[in-house]
Design a protein around this ligand. Sequence first.
Ligand code: ATP
Ligand code: MG
Length: 252
Amino acid sequence: MTTNTKKHDPSADPESQKPILEVSGLHKKYNEGKTNEVHALRGLNLTVRKGDMMAIMGPSGCGKTTLLNMIGHLDRRSTGRIVIGGLDTATLSDNQMTMFRRDNIGFIFQLFNLFPFLSAVENVETPLLLRGLNAKVARERAKMLLRELGMGDRLSHLPSELSGGQQQRVAVARALINQPEIILGDEPTGDLDSTTSADVMTLFRRINRVDQQTLILVTHNRWIAERCDYIVHMIDGEVSHVEHGPFSQETG
Ligand SMILES: Nc1ncnc2c1ncn2[C@@H]1O[C@H](COP(=O)(O)OP(=O)(O)OP(=O)(O)O)[C@@H](O)[C@H]1O
Ligand SMILES: [Mg+2]
């Protein structure tokens, strides 16, 4: 991670005014055409600017995970348009999409499993090695990030030797290590106690300010959501309204 501490002023930077993500008319039907069809996303529209740190909230089943899966291209949409960094992703082949995703998007999903036979530090350094970074440098970066997340004494543990919250911190580190343009988190602090959640949110805010990374965080937790710039509320596969911060930092 860079140690540059320049303060980011979004209004002064034309780059940050550009949408990094534009979703329009997005529909997702599961089991399309069958009797058990579920219309999970119903013409959803969403624009996110570069450097936004935003939360998505909404009742269980309203389509939040489905939306993240569509943005991350982990699953196919039914219809609609998704433009990332000015690129209409429908124009990419499957292989191009895989590379694009690897280089631009970081995932923190609860079901996104760690490699079971790799230690904590090996899990975190893997994305860097895949990009061809020098092994020594990759190891140092992975160690630094894990230490920052309070995992300095668990570097060589296997996932099965870690608690749920510790595994989640390894998953957070693995998602951040490549410094992807967009970070997608599905309850990224879900398994963490309140102190560790606060530490992770502080880390998110720092990388967001320093590196202008865009964060899209699904959460059921109002305290977490209020650490973001704004909250997009979803109901029944659509955006119902957007709540803009700054929010009071006293609550919770
Ligand atoms: N693979 C699937 N096949 C069929 N239906 C699905 C599938 N995945 C999700 N659904 C349905 O799509 C709807 C949206 O699900 P989704 O997981 O996006 O909700 P969510 O907002 O993330 O909920 P939660 O807060 O409980 O995680 C739900 O009705 C769900 O049952
Ligand atoms: Mg979900």
